[in-house]
Design a protein. Structure first.
Length: 91
């Protein structure tokens, strides 16, 4: 993980609450991260947490994504599926 311990990440409240699995991880061009369920992008369903907290809380899901390069995303359909990594174009 290239982020510092105090860096913040965007996380879906559905993922935090266990209502949806983690399906989309984005390592943005600026070095920030997003951890999402890929079911909503509404701002009311997103919160900020420390990046380290997200990696610790979802350690099993994120174990292979620590080296995800900036400007890339990893996506999967369901837990247990392989992550598909591809470039992410900020829009």
């Amino acid at each position: 993980m290239r982020s510092g311990p105090d860096d913040l990440a965007i996380v879906s409240t559905f993922v935090l609450g266990g209502l949806e699995p983690l399906r989309l991880v984005i390592h943005h061009d600026d070095g920030t991260w997003s951890f999402l369920c890929n079911t909503t992008g509404h701002p009311d369903h997103l919160v900020t947490v420390h990046t380290r907290e997200a990696f610790e809380r979802f350690a099993t899901d994120l174990a292979t994504l620590h080296p995800l390069p900036q400007g890339h995303l990893a996506e999967r359909q369901e837990p247990g599926d392989d992550w598909v990594i591809e470039p992410h174009v900020e829009g």
